[in-house]
Design a protein around this ligand. Sequence first.
Ligand SMILES: [Cu+2]
Length: 168
Amino acid sequence: MNLLKGFAAAIIASAALYAQSVSVDDVYVREVPPNMPNSAAFMSLMNGSDQAVDLVGATSDAAQTVELHEHANVNGMMQMRQIPKIAIPAHGSALLKPGGLHVMLIGLTRKLKEGENVTLTLNFSNGESVTLEAPVKKVMAGMMMKQQSAAPEGKCGSMKCGTGKCGK
Ligand SMILES: [Cu+2]
């Protein structure tokens, strides 16, 4: 009984000790066909601290290069481009989603099938980093169904974003 209590206390203490300014929710990596060299990771980032924090970089076991990307309207075409950081306001959040901000996985080192996990390490401007397991999910089918029913304005279609073909 005492042992159990001590164990629980230890867990709570270590959780507090390793508390991060930024917490990560709903993280996933898009499943891509085997011939696609690139994919993307999406997530929501919540900053629980009083200081603004930037996501400044990331690494992964599944890609040679990991970049931070955004989608922007360039001469009427939605294109994605690399950005140096993704800002997370104090007590605010940043949403990385298809067709918007994303963590680009370039030069996949293995096939990404639904049900697998990708290890992602996120590096923040305050020196903290978070390593997490992101599940691979099929995004395309769901996106297409949503587009047909609800979102006629999707130009880049979001469906190809993150695969390196956006805007082409
Ligand atoms: Cu991208």
